[in-house]
Design a protein. Structure first.
Length: 314
């Protein structure tokens, strides 16, 4: 690369965004890219097409990684269906339209695995359109599915290159840990840490503890997205995952171990389980971006718990 390209990271103060920024400098991507950041809506509202277009043009942005999304856990999804759908659809449209108009070389979008059909337990790319997302995540899933459709449409019509990358549930430092906004792992860390700090003997788990989820340490996920910067200028849609899952109850036991909490788990079966199993089958990332996960779940939880305990004085 003879001269530096200009990379825009959208959502740089979010969970994934903060880890992307840290890894960008840790892995010396600044040798080839100048990094521009839009931290959040207070920085610049990317759904304002004119303002976003002006930003892309004035900074001569060549590559974009979009880590911004309007998102929450299952409870948040049931309470905010219209917002989840409309805000994320609007974001997708503006991103692709402006990127095409301004001749961006590559637009990279992490896609939630909940965009896959709700009746599946193994998520493989060829099955992506074989049914609707699960009811518990339907609106957010539909919105993220639109990114994949827009990727192909904008490449076919405007030759805009994009990589729409479906990822396992990520966890790690800077994640949401409040129950309403977090995934199961973050919520469990918060609840078990609170039980330890306040000498509680019980922690309530939503559902019956049987659903199987796959967990990707966020630094590994950030590494995959940064490696996408080396892709050719084409339309890409592929999975990033670890190819194995764990039940919610076994996950809770693992977190409790690292927090040295020896209490009991109580199941609130009035709460939804969500999809019974979700495993993202990663068949292409090794060849496409020379990536594979490097952090085992136990190690990732240990790092996450240590970080959480430090910032919360547990």
């Amino acid at each position: 690369m003879s001269k530096k390209n200009n990379l825009l990271l959208i959502g740089s103060h979010g969970f994934l965004g903060k880890n992307l920024v840290n890894l960008f400098y840790k892995k010396n991507y600044d040798k080839n890219f100048n990094l521009f950041e839009i931290s959040g809506k207070s920085d610049l509202d990317i759904t304002d097409k004119n303002e976003f277009k002006k930003f892309i043009s004035s900074n001569n942005i060549s590559h974009i990684i979009n880590s911004a999304a309007y998102v929450g856990g299952i409870g948040f999804g049931y309470s905010n269906p219209a917002d989840l759908l409309s805000k994320n659809l609007n974001m997708a449209h503006v991103l692709f339209e402006v990127s095409a108009q301004e001749k961006v070389k590559l637009l990279i979008n992490p896609i939630s695995n909940c965009a896959y059909p709700g009746n599946l337990t193994r998520y493989e790319e060829e099955l992506f359109w074989e049914g609707p997302p699960h009811d518990s995540v339907f609106n957010y899933g539909i919105a993220k599915r639109a990114f994949v459709a827009l990727g192909k449409a904008y490449f076919d019509q405007y030759e805009l290159a994009s990589a729409n990358v479906v990822m396992s549930n990520m966890f790690g430092p800077y994640d949401h840990f409040e129950e309403v906004r977090s995934h199961a792992l973050g919520a469990l860390v918060s609840k078990i840490a609170d039980a330890k700090k306040n000498n509680k003997e019980e922690v309530i788990i939503w559902g019956d503890g049987s659903p199987i989820r796959e967990w990707l340490y966020v630094e590994d996920g950030a590494d995959a997205l940064l490696r996408c910067l080396n892709l050719d200028e084409k339309d890409y849609f592929f999975n990033i995952g670890v190819n194995k899952g764990i039940t919610i109850i076994d996950l809770a036991i693992l977190i409790a171990k690292h927090l040295s909490w020896n209490g009991n788990f109580v199941f609130d079966k009035s709460k939804p389980n969500g999809v019974s199993e979700k495993t993202v089958i990663d068949k292409f990332s090794k060849n496409l971006i020379n990536w594979s996960p490097s952090t085992e779940l136990d190690e990732g939880i240990k790092k996450t718990v240590e970080w959480y305990m430090e910032i919360n004085n547990v």
